[in-house]
Design a protein around this ligand. Structure first.
Ligand SMILES: O=C(O)CCC(=O)C(=O)O
Ligand SMILES: [Fe+2]
Length: 203
């Protein structure tokens, strides 16, 4: 007989709240970019991925790097951590800043797909996890991603002479196949490497 997970309802309720927050932030961004007419179609073309992460405290002989520097390929990433800090975000100037958030707060970050959809207007920051505290760190992430089979490209309003197209339109599923096969080097933008027109590292 199949066993029912006792926490299934809690995870479902929690995910739904994160999903609402994701939709709210994307609505605000679309309004800010005067793209409201595309919002419904955009939200419908989304898949979501909920990830629960556990980082144990580093042993004295181990590196404190819990997760290497990377940018997410998502549209948005929402992160929630227990009281143990560790998330660091790299500014556009290249400085690493520690994100000190209370367990009641969420970190919302743009991923590379939002960078593509906004034709470079939204920055997808590099980030990493450094385990300085001697405690286990728990975090939960909700990642919204383009639905496989839909072509990711910015609305026409985002592209004009002063803002030329930065990425070739691509299918997120095909990109994921490439991503899983090729892997992405530390500090490198995966989508930009896959279909960017420019070769610099920072969008
Ligand atoms: O654990 C965290 O706070 C960050 C996790 C993360 O960046 C990721 O899974 O992409
Ligand atoms: Fe990440």
């Amino acid at each position: 007989m199949m066993k029912t997970c006792v926490c299934r309802n809690s995870i479902h309720t929690y995910s739904k709240k994160l999903w609402e927050l994701d939709g709210m932030v994307r609505k605000m961004v679309f309004e800010g970019l005067n793209l409201t007419k595309y919002l419904k179609e955009h939200l419908e073309a989304t898949n979501y991925h909920l990830k629960v992460m556990k980082y144990r405290a580093a042993e004295p002989s181990e590196s404190t790097m819990g997760l290497d520097s990377h940018a997410d390929t998502s549209i948005l990433t929402i992160l929630h951590q227990n009281g143990v800090q560790g998330l660091e975000i790299r500014t556009k100037d290249g400085d690493w800043i520690t994100v000190n958030v209370s367990p009641n707060s969420f970190v919302v970050m743009a991923g590379e797909s939002f960078n593509v959809l906004s034709n470079g207007r939204l920055h997808a920051p590099f980030h990493r996890v450094v385990m300085n505290a001697n405690k286990t760190r728990l975090s939960v992430g909700l990642f919204s991603m383009p639905r496989i089979g839909t072509i990711v490209k910015p609305p026409k309003e985002m592209v004009y002479e002063e803002h030329p197209l930065l990425f070739k339109p691509f299918d997120y599923g095909e990109f994921m196949d490439y991503f899983c096969m090729a892997g992405v080097k530390k500090d490198t933008y995966g989508i930009k490497t896959y279909c960017g027109f420019q070769s610099e590292k920072t969008p």
